[in-house]
Write a protein that binds this ligand. Structure first.
Ligand code: DGJ
Length: 737
């Protein structure tokens, strides 16, 4: 057996090495999913075929006789086709007759080794049970092409993680085109749901049938992208949040990506994900390796809520997952923009502390010549013009008022109008000597140049050392265009250098939390989240837009990691005017913050925000640990969702009316996720400026101040909802009696 290079990702204390592959199969299993691999029969062309995947889906009994399943599923030989029926391998390649997208694409410079034939040369399965495993590691070698692949597959909380490494053991360079993880889809998976979007409207869903052919979502932006399909799902027709069977993948990568599904007349369908590599971007010299980004795959028999439940559990199980209560944030961006001044911000800190804010974040504009967005990026030195005594006076003011201090940075960028650019204009990511178009007046630094990363590390380290900073908001305000690194495509090296920079900073400053922001939600993925502590979901804090954006962001990211701020009455990004209660109700279902100039707010608004913050503090433990439930069964003009405590003893639901409904009386709202046998105390949670008492009182149960009722009634029959104006929300709290 080969020496193991990558550790299986899941190994419980009681995990032990299992002999199962020595038999004929590996059954990877947890309480939510089974992935079954079986040894394949030799063919004339391939005497040592790789294991094949016979099942990815609902959990099978641990006692399942896999050999029996394999016989049962052995395909017939079709007419006018290969004489030995095709079977789907762990790494589907042309050698086995695979005619969908191969999992590995590449060749040597002279065109050879384009179609390798791997043989399994080692494996190790780990698990606590006799007959099922929680992780398996395979190593596969092709003695002719002298390529070797290691694949580590693990299951945990319903999520299958697949990690692959390719080694070039030959004497010449190998040019890699793709190393993807692909999984089989059954014939009944016929409907695709993926996400798209743009700045201020991230994560917009689209649905379409999976017909014959390929539906492929590529990102070529050098960052995850506003239009990235955070989760790419294929399910049984009409699957909803509550129902249907769904197979979904996510790529843990912040550079370019490809996620796809395809079906062929040969009777096969698959879903896949991998890093999108540009021509020549990965050229493995002899002895070099390529580590593919981790692919996360979920199967759910309980619709999209089942998908997010698995992802949320997986994310929450990370060692680095924040465990302290998520502090209420005040971000200065929409409060003052670039107009920074100690007196003004001290007044803002005063007002923030008075309403219950716990973290004060100084946004863009504190450094170099950054008085607007045309200058200063790259000069990570506190501006003596704006902050003659440095940031200390502000940090002191913030801390004296009981808050911790956060700071905005955008390390990967440089304005041509900056000292850094004037000194090092060659540090840009570009095709040599050609330059790239500016975007928000900025260029991208080539982080893969050691001197560039060293400069950024030194500057950021100095800031974090000099100042008591609890939190960095790490921004990235442009796509990478024509991103060249020393003559070759540079998105991958840029992404890896960013990860290395973040990892080193976190090593040096383990207590500093980092938010990933990229013109809002342009960098949301589990690669960046492995080294950051929350995401900025969107630059729009218009609560109406946020209802949609947060709903779909929640497919992958649990609410405690989704920054969600209460903005001004008139949303800056849309001009829409919204009531305070609706803005608060929307922000409650995330990591709550405020982004408005509280120093000039009326006493009434401050009181309303203070009440909202108090409600958040009261409910954040529930909201940040519970199960997210989205209700399908509401009129098209509304969105309803909730969070139910893991033991179902408590829940908070929101019904947001987003447009007028064409019916006079809305249908009762039927909940999900409760304990049918329990009795709950149901009560409205009123927020200042929300639907008036009179409006609410139109529902007798609300007029009565709530009522006690069984979980079964709440789920089967529901409760009446008052007629509300557009952009109003009803919040209801439930606690087990
Ligand atoms: C884009 C971010 O998403 C905003 O919140 C703000 O930080 C600006 N950049 C600052 O330039």
């Amino acid at each position: 057996m080969d020496k193991k290079r990558i550790e299986p990702s899941v190994a419980t204390n009681s995990a032990k090495e299992l002999p199962v592959m020595g038999g004929s199969f590996v059954h990877l299993k947890d309480e939510r999913v089974s992935l079954v691999l079986a040894t394949a029969e030799p063919t004339a062309i391939n005497p040592n075929p790789l294991p094949r995947i016979v099942h990815w889906g609902a959990p099978l009994a641990a006692s399942t006789d896999v050999a029996e399943i394999v016989s049962l599923l052995a395909p017939p030989t079709p007419h006018a086709a290969a004489d030995v029926p095709l079977e789907r391998s762990l790494l589907p390649l042309p050698v086995d007759g695979w005619r969908l997208r191969p999992a590995l694409q590449g060749a040597r410079a002279d065109g050879t080794d384009w179609s390798p034939r791997f043989k399994l040369t080692g494996y190790q399965a780990l698990g606590a049970e006799e007959s099922t495993a929680t992780s398996v590691w395979f190593t596969m070698r092709d003695p002719v092409s002298r390529l070797r692949i290691e694949t580590d597959i693990a299951v945990s909380g319903g999520v299958v993680t697949i990690q692959q490494v390719l080694h070039n053991e030959g004497d010449t360079d190998y040019l890699l085109g793709l190393l993807a993880a692909t999984l089989p889809l059954p014939a009944r998976a016929t409907e695709i749901l993926d996400l798209t979007g743009r700045w201020c409207r991230e994560r917009s869903p689209q649905r379409h049938p999976l017909l014959m052919g390929t539906w492929s979502r590529e990102t070529r932006r050098g960052r995850t992208g506003h239009d990235a399909s955070l989760v790419f799902a294929v399910g049984t027709p009409g699957f909803t949040f509550a129902s249907g069977e769904v197979w979904a993948v996510h790529l843990g990568w912040s550079g370019d990506s490809v996620l796809w599904a395809e079906r062929s007349p040969a009777g096969f369908a698959q879903i896949g994900a991998g890093e999108l590599l540009h021509p020549g971007e990965v050229r493995l010299a002899p002895g070099e390796s390529y580590e593919a980004p981790v692919v996360f795959a979920v199967h759910s028999t309980a619709g999209l809520d089942g998908v997010s439940a698995a992802f949320h559990d997986h994310v929450r199980a990370r060692e680095s997952h924040p465990t302290s209560p998520r502090p209420v944030v005040l971000n200065t961006w929409e409060a003052v923009y670039f107009d920074q001044d100690l007196d003004k911000l001290t007044a803002l800190a005063d007002a923030a502390a008075a309403v219950g804010v716990e973290r004060f974040v100084l946004d863009d504009g504190w450094f170099g010549a950054r008085r607007d967005d045309t200058a200063g990026l790259g000069d990570w030195v506190v501006s003596s013009e704006v902050w003659p005594e440095g940031l200390d006076p502000l940090i002191r003011a913030v801390q004296e008022r009981g808050m911790d201090f956060g700071l905005w940075v955008e390390p990967e960028m440089v304005n041509p109008n900056s000292d850094l650019f004037r000194a090092h204009h060659d540090w840009m990511l570009q095709v040599e000597g050609r330059g790239t178009p500016t975007w928000r007046h900025q260029q991208v630094l080539d982080l893969a140049r050691p001197e560039v990363s060293a400069y950024l590390l030194a500057r950021l380290d100095a800031l974090l050392t000099e100042y008591d900073i609890a939190y960095l908001k790490w921004d990235h305000n442009r796509d990478l265009v024509d991103a060249g690194h020393l003559g070759v495509a540079g998105v991958r090296t840029q992404t890896l250098a960013l990860y290395a920079l973040l990892d080193e900073l976190r090593r040096r400053h383990p207590r500093v939390e980092i938010e990933t922001c990229a013109s809002g939600g342009g960098r949301v993925d589990l690669g960046i989240l492995a080294r950051t502590d929350r995401i900025w979901a969107s630059d729009t804090i218009d609560a109406h837009e946020r209802q949609y954006i947060q709903r779909w962001t929640g497919l992958l990211v649990p609410p405690e990691l989704v920054g969600s701020h209460v903005g001004s009455a008139t949303a800056h990004t849309t001009g829409r005017r919204l009531g305070l209660a609706f803005r608060v109700a929307t922000s409650l279902f995330g990591h709550f913050g405020v982004e408005a100039d509280l120093a000039v707010a009326t006493p009434e608004v401050r009181r309303g925000i203070a009440e909202g913050i108090a409600a958040y503090k009261q409910h954040r433990a529930l909201l940040h640990s519970g199960r997210t439930v989205r209700l399908d069964d509401v009129p098209a003009e509304a969105l309803a969702q909730g969070v139910v405590a893991p033991d179902r003893s408590e829940a908070l639901f929101s019904y947001a009316q987003l447009a007028t409904s064409p019916v006079e009386v809305l249908p009762p709202l039927r909940l999900r996720g409760l304990d049918p046998k329990a009795r709950y105390r149901l009560r409205p949670l009123t927020l200042a400026g929300g639907p008036t008492a009179q409006e609410l009182a139109a529902c007798p149960w609300i007029a009565a101040g709530g009522m006690e009722v069984s979980g079964e009634a709440l789920m089967e029959l529901g409760f009446s909802v008052p007629v509300m104006h557009p952009d109003q929300a009803l919040l209801v709290h439930l606690s087990r009696v």
